[in-house]
Design a protein around this ligand. Sequence first.
Ligand SMILES: Cc1cc2nc3c(=O)[nH]c(=O)nc-3n(C[C@H](O)[C@H](O)[C@H](O)COP(=O)(O)OP(=O)(O)OC[C@H]3O[C@@H](n4cnc5c(N)ncnc54)[C@H](O)[C@@H]3O)c2cc1C
Length: 274
Amino acid sequence: MDLLNLDSYLLPDNIKCITHWGDDWAWLGGGTWLFSEAQPQVKVLVDTQNFGWSEIEVTQGYLVIGASCPLVKLLDYPWLQEWRAVTGFKAAVSALAASLKVINMATVGGNICLALSVGTLAPLMVALDAIYEVWNLQGESFPVAAKDFQLGSRRTVLKSGEILRRVLIPLSHLQWAVNYQRFSLASTDSALAIVVTVMNHQQVRCVIAASVPAPRLFEFADLTTMQSQVSHFLADEFFIDDAMASANYRREMTAVLIHKTVNLFRAQTQRVNG
Ligand SMILES: Cc1cc2nc3c(=O)[nH]c(=O)nc-3n(C[C@H](O)[C@H](O)[C@H](O)COP(=O)(O)OP(=O)(O)OC[C@H]3O[C@@H](n4cnc5c(N)ncnc54)[C@H](O)[C@@H]3O)c2cc1C
């Protein structure tokens, strides 16, 4: 879609070229959302594609994913076999209710910073205890835990001019077992509920999303505890209530996905134990 209100499009080679910022400026990732509907509040777009940020690398004990990495690269990257959590990346990208064209263009940073309640990567990043590195225009950078980044639907902790630079995931977390569940009425519809669960030797981390405005993390000692407490911990949550589904329906479908996850993890454990 043509953005009729747009005054300027900037394509800097380096973020240092951007020395000031306005309330009507926006970073441009892949543009799959920015160009999909009218943006009356945006007058200046600052494209991030020429910053030359590396897409995916392993450094100092972390998997590092640059914000301008296209989602499709998460499918194509030659991941190590022992990184079991990579199945979560594949599930998250495939879960995007969008065409292949969107997945080719859309970026990791755009997906996370758009912060839709149905955001596909955020619940996985929260489950994996990822860290987001944020930059401001004064050249400072600071970490934000993925679980603290999204405040609500289309709301994040980012202040004016701040940009998500990269996502860091400790390599040890890539060995965690991951299960990504998504429910929608039709496969091309937006998700009504997403449940991402990871299991390591110490705990089970369960993140609910899409049914609530922003991803919510719950931690349990083991699967049995999680299953026995489902109705209790979901009862206190605020679920989205709109024309697509009632809050009660979303709560019930979230519970169904959690029970399905428990059963799948148990079946996997039984297979491994023979
Ligand atoms: C048909 C269709 C279906 C879709 N389905 C889904 C879905 O199921 N789940 C989902 O999550 N999304 C969905 N989307 C929305 C969107 O396409 C994706 O979220 C996509 O990943 C956004 O990434 P992008 O790089 O294209 O973002 P852009 O459109 O470039 O930007 C999105 C927002 O993020 C900001 N931004 C971009 N990069 C950064 C950065 N590095 N730092 C700070 N801010 C930044 C922009 O200013 C803008 O506000 C869908 C879109 C379409 C067209």
